[in-house]
Design a protein around this ligand. Structure first.
Ligand code: SF4
Ligand code: SF4
Length: 145
């Protein structure tokens, strides 16, 4: 029995906090790179050069969206995400991330980062498992020299 078997409440309040604030990475899959570059009308190489950076993960690197000096995402605009229809899976599934469902305490603690957690729409255990699995199965671009 999982702690979230009775579901959880969450509705996004569009506060933009998860797109700004503290330093972080928004990792990309191959599909995401293709989707965003074509949404922007750019070729893949141009997009990678202009909007992404490589993050050192120890023995390999992953591709993340760039951040501005204030740590906001390079695609955060005045009215929210400027690539919303093709935003990366990591953005699409937040806060249904695997580690936040490992323990109720982690989910509860995440309320300090996301005011949408704990109220609003009810999400049942099946939906939670589907979103968590989707995140776990995403194949992110990995660069090994
Ligand atoms: S922090 Fe939560 S409520 Fe705010 S924009 Fe992100 S998901 Fe929505
Ligand atoms: S891609 Fe969009 S949703 Fe994701 S962090 Fe950047 S602005 Fe936020």
């Amino acid at each position: 029995m999982a702690w979230y078997d009775n579901g959880v409440e969450f509705s996004c309040r569009m506060c933009g906090h998860c797109c700004s604030g503290e330093p972080g990475s928004v990792f990309l899959s191959d599909k995401s790179i293709d989707d965003i570059s074509s949404f922007l009308g750019m070729d893949r190489q141009e997009f990678l050069q202009k909007y992404t950076r490589q993050v050192d993960m120890g023995t390999y690197r992953q591709i993340s969206l760039k951040e501005r000096d204030d740590y906001s995402c390079v695609f955060l605009g005045e009215k929210g995400c400027t690539i919303y229809p093709v935003r990366p899976l990591q953005c699409m599934t937040y806060p249904f991330w695997p580690y936040l469902f490992e323990d109720r305490a982690l989910w509860e603690a995440e309320k300090s980062n996301c005011p949408g957690i704990g109220s609003g729409e009810h999400h049942d255990a099946n939906e939670i498992r589907r979103l968590v699995r989707q995140t776990l199965l995403e194949k992110l671009v990995t660069i090994v020299d």
